[in-house]
Design a protein around this ligand. Sequence first.
Ligand SMILES: Nc1ncnc2c1ncn2[C@@H]1O[C@H](COP(=O)(O)OP(=O)(O)OP(=O)(O)O)[C@@H](O)[C@H]1O
Ligand SMILES: [Zn+2]
Length: 731
Amino acid sequence: MSHGRSFPQGALVGVLTAEPLDRVLDYKAPEGGVSTGDFVVVPLGPRKVAGVVWGPGEGGFDPAKIRPVAGLLDVPPMRPEMREFLTRAADYTLTPLSMMLRLATRCPGLGQPPGTRDVLRRGQGAPDRMTPARARVLEVLEEHGGAGFAPGELSQLAGVSSSVLKGLEAQGALVRVPEPRDRPYDRLDGSLPGRPLSDDQTRAAEALRATVATRRYSTTLLKGVTGSGKTEVYLEAVAEALAQGRQALVLLPEIALTGAFLDRVEERFGAKPAEWHSGVTQAERRRCWNAVAEGQAQLVVGARSALFLPFRDLGLLVVDEEHDSSYKQEDGALYHARDMGVLRASISNAAVILASATPALETWANADAGKYARLDLPQRFGTASLPEMAAVDMRTDTPERGTWLSPGLVEQVRARIEAGEQSLLFLNRRGYAPLTLCRACGHQLGCTHCDARLVEHRFRKRLVCHQCGDSQPIPTDCPSCHVEGKLTAIGPGVERIAEEVTARFPDARIAVLSSDQLESARALKARIEQIAAGGADIIVGTQIVAKGHNFPLLTLVGVVDADLGLMGADLRAAERTFQLIRQVAGRAGRAERPGVALLQTYQPEHGVIRAILNGDEEAFWRAEAAAREAAGAPPYGRMAGVIINAPDEQRAFGVGRALAQNAGGLTRLGAQVFGPVAAPVARVRGRIRVRLLVKAPRGIALQAALAAWRSSVQVPSNTRVTIDIDPQSFY
Ligand SMILES: Nc1ncnc2c1ncn2[C@@H]1O[C@H](COP(=O)(O)OP(=O)(O)OP(=O)(O)O)[C@@H](O)[C@H]1O
Ligand SMILES: [Zn+2]
């Protein structure tokens, strides 16, 4: 029956698939007809692939050759808002629509009926003997807190063959049980009372609730100093969305933060929300995707890709720590989750809350210009006060040779240990040493595939390339001159700071927190909870510790190298340094005991260091905004990066020069084109990278001009041209 379907059987329809074709393909509607938005299966060559009916077919092909749609998938149709969002996001980021659709259909087993499926769980039995492979399987189960896994997923996660699982199953250490797919989520109760709020918090919470209650699009910057209780406040806006019967999405920049957030949601609304990020199982993803589509999931906490979930009625989007650079997706579809989130919300009539203690300059400027509303929480919650901040002048308070901590900072750490308080030493550099050098010939150890130095990781006993991830054992003799025993580690990474601290305070309990420790989200959460409960005296960490954690006993933050971020020529060097150091300093003194943050620097008179210390944030943003405006830089001008990736230099520069010569369409609009030049990291995984940079005034149709520009140049098949709109990184 074709009743209610807009395309009756045989009608020509356009179907978008996630295959890399970059166009909508024509098919004939099947028996019963289809409507725009329906999820379908279509034949493509010899295969069958999933797709979405995008509208009427284009026609113009031999009708006899057009094949019919093979079937409909049992999934709620894609809503018009979602189609509009994908289209506009694709246009904005110059990404093929098919790639956007792929982001929006990342549901394992899309359209398969719920029913049950067999999963493996931990059983009562013990293995007869423990092998490393068996131990890994049990560890994975342990880490996921008793969740069941499809056998294939479990063997993949544990990196073991299916025979290992069979062995464990035979001994009863694993049991196979049927599990219903897509169990509904527990109801969140928005009417439960929250914690009593301070006056500032109440004011902000009421204003946010009001924006949600309008059921119209708006964006509000919630700027609150570290520890002011932004989470507590935006949970009130979530309560309002729940009261309205609409869905809410909270984006967090780091999986390690979701654990604490889930607990707070449970405490506030009586149940846990849905989760969407790389740390959840396939079954959980599927459950989340389907429950979001059906409107059964009321609240989702997730990583940036959660923006592409099929919400039935999104009423609120919160982007927590909105300044965080991890919201920019840096490969595949290059999009910024904050900006695309605002787009998505404006299409769905949803309210947006951008929460941060140190907003992105873009956000600050949008609030300053009145495009976004702004709410401030100027004080920490309760009796806690903001940490006192001071510089350690490394020119006079110089560390001993081969060490990195100044005598002044060491004394402060000692005092904290004696008082039973915690210290955090922050250095945004993973590994043991950023450079390994041969003292005999001066050779620096580099990656064979990339333009990058190898970084020593003593913990893993390997040299690692941070560009491509390749690693090798640490050699004993120099690969260039073959002299033995002359390879020397130069400069510190967190592991080296931990080594120094261990030598100075042999009795202290030291915790190293770095993103490369390959821990599962659950293990990391447990470690963070343990530290928060007082399980460490000294924490040594990279930027992973700067974000949003609450360590009540922490009263000292030492920034090992405050100058580190200031050296690059990056457009955002000042902004990033300011945000990172103020964030990490904000970990100190969050409970009753007051905190101190000490910045080791060789240039205490540097403008950015002074701004960080004196805490006059508005003055900093205003100065930074003025400098950007004078330079025509974002957000006052627009930028697009062009990255050409080719097997050799000739081809890369060939395409680059052709682009530069064809730039008339852009320059006529007032844009400037710089390059081609070899990228700062000119070789990655053996391929050559060349860049161009486009600077344009605001208010021109930049994307259209860029698209025309890109297609005006012949690109050899093994060469890729990527356009990065509003680039965040320039490597
Ligand atoms: N109204 C309140 N009642 C009780 N405790 C509160 C209240 N508001 C905040 N807190 C507590 O204060 C601490 C800081 O709150 P929260 O983590 O929300 O701050 P934040 O502004 O997000 O900080 P940051 O930007 O540093 O992540 C938390 O331990 C939180 O539980
Ligand atoms: Zn490499």
